[in-house]
Design a binder for this molecule. Structure first.
Ligand SMILES: Nc1ncnc2c1ncn2[C@@H]1O[C@H](COP(=O)(O)OP(=O)(O)OP(=O)(O)O)[C@@H](O)[C@H]1O
Ligand SMILES: [Mg+2]
Length: 471
């Protein structure tokens, strides 16, 4: 059965239906026919509607072989065999056909759901009523002898027609069992295949939808970046004028300001500066996303850089009642990077630490040497193995509100701010950390957040001393 292509459930149930050769296991069929033959000694054959003989337990009777030795005899034998093969009984009818030798065949339909799917041929056998040799057999050829005919006809199985009808019924019932289990297997296989095909089609469709959604998103992302770059660039020019003129007004260059006028102009100046900072952040972001941010390569002493940042921020920290401490390991080497961008990284982190640490809190900035694993890279076909390389580790730890585990990855997303009262009070755009992360990565460094003990957050920035992207 396995060589036959499995058809669909619709084919099997609504279409032309299953065939006998698909339903019945050949081996089981052969064994069944053989055991019936052994029991009843009547020759039997099972035919499929299309593919012909499926199983048989019959040899050419000796009398046929004898008659076939003579031309007319052969013709008569061939004729009866072909006549039998053409008998197609309409279910439930069974046909009995008499052969020229006086022997009889019985042809029964094999049915499935009332539809004929094959035939069962029993015979030839001699009914007890046939006692004499038909004289016409002798006329086929003068060489045919009566004695030989008698002898050979006697070898044919003798059975009453009712007995053969009963054998046929038994055989059909046994066949029904084989067919039933065959149909069950065939339908199950077809259904299983249909469901596999269906899920495959479903998956393929979903995959295509996902791919096109991904392509659309990528395109939108590109449009967003270029839109951001253009808009922020265009906004900066008029904004610089607003800041410049408001500053001049505040300084009284255009004449003395009266009462609230001074205060209003100062607010314009202050808000203008804030807006410029935001726009610069957006511009940096879009440049980093499109890979067009230019970076210089110079020797930077991270320890000195952080010391300088702390000195600038200390007055602000003191005002807030937060203590800032620096701890720099002695003899730190310089690393190659962009000083302005690295200053931006640490200023942002220190700024956050101060922003999210309440009064009486503490901020510790420490710098020391470490080793970092460089990612395997493939430059111009040259595969470099990953290896440990010297790096600088800077930790900005605060005793502030801390960052919950499930927020640790998300705070690096652009515009993401943890939804808390402190964040809302502190303002900001949520761009700081996303720029920090990209700048650190542009230096082939890493940044991660760990919990500070006993409270607060600690940002760990690791930067290799030398890296490929800036060389
Ligand atoms: N040291 C910290 N302690 C606690 N939460 C922090 C700390 N640093 C960052 N966060 C959280 O991560 C969020 C994102 O930080 P990010 O610097 O990107 O944005 P921001 O500081 O809110 O705004 P911006 O930096 O653009 O002015 C913050 O809003 C805050 O919720
Ligand atoms: Mg920030």
């Amino acid at each position: 059965m396995s060589s036959i292509p499995v058809r669909t459930v619709d084919d099997l149930t609504l279409g032309e239906g299953a065939r006998l050769d698909e339903l019945a296991d050949r081996q089981a069929l052969r064994e069944m026919v053989a055991s019936f033959h052994e029991l009843f000694r009547v020759p039997m054959r099972v035919y499929d509607e299309r593919s012909g003989l499926l199983a048989d337990a019959a040899t050419t009777p000796a009398v046929y072989r004898y008659l076939s030795e003579f031309p007319n005899g052969r013709q008569a034998v061939d004729a009866i065999i072909s006549e039998i093969s053409l008998i197609k009984p309409t279910p439930p009818e069974e046909i009995t056909k008499q052969c020229f030798t006086g022997a009889v065949y019985r042809v029964a339909p094999i049915t499935l759901d009332g539809r004929r799917i094959g035939r069962l041929v029993l015979g030839p056998f001699l009914p007890p009523s046939v006692r004499k040799v038909d004289r016409r057999l002798l006329q086929l050829d003068p060489r045919i002898t009566l004695e030989r005919l008698k002898e050979l006809l006697a070898e044919l199985p003798r059975a009453r027609e009712e007995t053969v009808a009963q054998i046929s019924r038994h055989l059909q019932r046994s066949l029904d069992l084989i067919l039933f289990s065959g149909q069950k297997t065939l339908l199950t296989t077809a259904m299983h295949l249909a469901s596999v095909r269906e899920s495959f089609r479903d998956l393929k469709e979903k995959n295509e939808q996902l791919q096109s959604a991904y392509d659309r998103l990528k395109e939108l992302d590109r449009l967003k970046s270029s839109f951001l770059a253009t808009v922020s660039h265009e906004l900066r020019t008029p904004l610089t004028s607003i800041i410049g003129y408001s500053e001049m007004l505040a300084q009284g260059i255009a004449g003395e300001l009266l009462g609230e006028q001074q205060q209003f102009v100062e607010t314009i100046h202050e808000k203008g500066e804030q807006l410029l900072e935001m726009i610069t952040g957006l511009l940096d972001m879009s440049k980093l996303e499109s890979g067009t941010l230019s970076m210089r390569k110079e020797e930077v002493h991270v320890g000195e850089l952080i010391q300088d940042i702390v000195e600038t921020m200390t007055p602000m920290a003191m005002k807030k009642g937060v203590r800032m401490t620096v701890k720099i390991a002695p003899g730190l080497p310089t690393l190659s990077g962009d000083a302005t961008r690295l200053r931006q990284v640490f200023t942002n982190l220190a700024d956050n630490a101060l922003k999210f640490t309440p009064e009486n809190g503490e901020i510790l900035l420490s710098v020391e040497m470490t080793q970092m694993r460089t990612a395997p890279d493939d430059t111009e076909g040259l595969v470099l193995l990953s290896m440990e390389a010297p790096a600088v580790k800077a930790v900005i730890a605060d005793s502030g509100i801390g960052i919950a585990d499930d927020e640790k990855a998300r705070v690096f997303d652009a515009f993401y701010q943890v939804d808390s009262g402190t964040t809302r009070r502190s303002g900001g755009t949520g761009l700081g950390l996303s720029i920090v992360k990209r700048l650190v990565e542009a230096h082939e460094g890493t940044i991660e957040i760990v919990d500070n003990v006993p409270s607060g957050a600690a940002f760990v920035v690791t930067l290799p001393l030398r890296h490929l992207s800036l060389s």
